[in-house]
Design a protein around this ligand. Sequence first.
Ligand code: NAI
Ligand SMILES: O=C(O)C(=O)[C@H](O)COP(=O)(O)O
Length: 383
Amino acid sequence: MKILVDENMPLARELFAGFGEVVARPGRGLAADDVRDADVLLVRSVTRVDEALLAGSRVRFVGTATIGTDHVDLDWLRAQGIAFASAPGCNAMSVVDYVASALLELADRHGFALAGKRAGIVGLGNVGSRLQRRLRAMGLDVLACDPPLADAGCTGLVDMDAIAGCDIVSFHTPLVRDGAHPSFHLGDAVFLARLKPGAILLNTSRGAVVDNVALLAALERRDDLHVVLDVWEGEPLVDRRLAARVALATPHIAGYSYDGKLRGTWMLYEALCAFLGQPPTMTLASLVPESARCVLDVARLAPRRALDLMRAAWRITDDDDAFRATLDADDDTRAAAFDRLRKQYPLRREFATVELVHDESLAARLPADERAMLRAQGFACVD
Ligand SMILES: NC(=O)C1=CN([C@@H]2O[C@H](COP(=O)(O)OP(=O)(O)OC[C@H]3O[C@@H](n4cnc5c(N)ncnc54)[C@H](O)[C@@H]3O)[C@@H](O)[C@H]2O)C=CC1
Ligand SMILES: O=C(O)C(=O)[C@H](O)COP(=O)(O)O
C-alpha cells in the first residue's frame, strides 16, 4: 500500500510505515500525477482535494490532519465512495493559546487591563467553546454568536449586533459560502464600521471570514482598532498594506503547536486503523520525543508576571517579527516565505504541557493574581 503524506506532518513515517510505503511531498503543489498510484492520501489545509486531483487514482482513503475541511470536496469523495477523516479539535488549544497570548501582548503594549472587558466569540465550536472558558478564567465577560447552534436549540447565544458592540471580537467559524448561515465575509464593511472605538478584532479561522479589502479600508480610516490576523484572503500571498496596519500578523500558525500537529496526525492514524480494521499498535504519549519537552527554570527566568512565563514558552511577537521581515520582497518570494515559515515552524508546546521547574513555591515569586492568570492559561503545578 502506498501512503502519500504532506511533508509538514510530524511523525507521519513513524505512524504509517506499518501500513506500507510512506512517501512525503510538499502539500501545496500536489498534482494528479503525484497521487495516481497512492492508496491513501493524507493532506493539510494547503492541498485542494477534489475530482481534478483524484479522478482516475487508486486513492480509497483521504485524511486531513486539520480542523478545517474547506479545502476538500466532501460531496465528490462521498459520491466516489472514498473514505474521509479529518481531525476535529486537534489544534483547538493551540488556537486558544494564540488568542490569549495576542490579547495579553496587546494589553501589555497599550497598558490596559483585560479583566472586565467584553469579548464576542463568533463560532462556538471546538475552538470557540474552549476560548470561552479561557477568557472567562481570565476575568472577561464573554458573549457568543453561533446561529447553527441556536437552530439546534442551544440557548444563551447572541446575534452579530451584540458581537459588534464588544470590546474584543474573535472569529472561529469554518469558511461556509452558502446555506442558511454563510460565514464568507461575515466581518464585512458594515460590521467593521460598527466596531467600538479601540476594539480588538482577531481572525484565526479562515481569511475570507473577514473581508480583507473592507478591513484595510477601515484601518486606513481609523487608527483606534487593534487587529490580529493569522489567516488571510489569498494565502500564501498576503496583502502587505493590510499586514502593515495590523497589530499582530502571523502566517496561519495559530494551530501550529507541536501538540496540535501531532494530535492531527494521530487522529488520522486512528481513522486509518479503523478503516483497515486494524487495532492501533501505538499510543500518542509514546510518540512525543524527549527533545519536545518544554521545561522552564523559574529561578533562572525570575518571572514577575504570568506573561513572562508565557513568553518563555512561546512568544507570539517572534512569529509576528519573522513574518514582517518577509513582507518587502516580491510576490513570489513573499508567497514562498509564507509557506517556508510554516514548514520550518519552531517547536511550540501548548501551555498546558509546559513543565515549570522551581525549588521554591511559585507563591514566593508571583502574586496571587498572576498565578491565577497562569492557571487560566492551563499551566500545571502553579501552586
Ligand atoms: N488558524 C489556524 O491555524 C486554525 C484555524 N482553524 C479554523 O477555525 C475554524 C473553527 O474551528 P473549530 O472550532 O474546530 O470548528 P467547529 O466546526 O468545531 O466549530 C465551528 C462553529 O462555528 C459555527 N458556525 C458556522 N457557521 C457560522 C456562522 N455563519 N456564524 C457563526 N457561527 C457559525 C458552527 O455552528 C460551529 O459551532 C475551523 O473551521 C478552521 O477553519 C482551526 C484550527 C487552526
Ligand atoms: O486545522 C486547521 O483547520 C488549520 O487551520 C491548520 O492549523 C492549518 O494548518 P495546515 O494544514 O495549513 O498546515
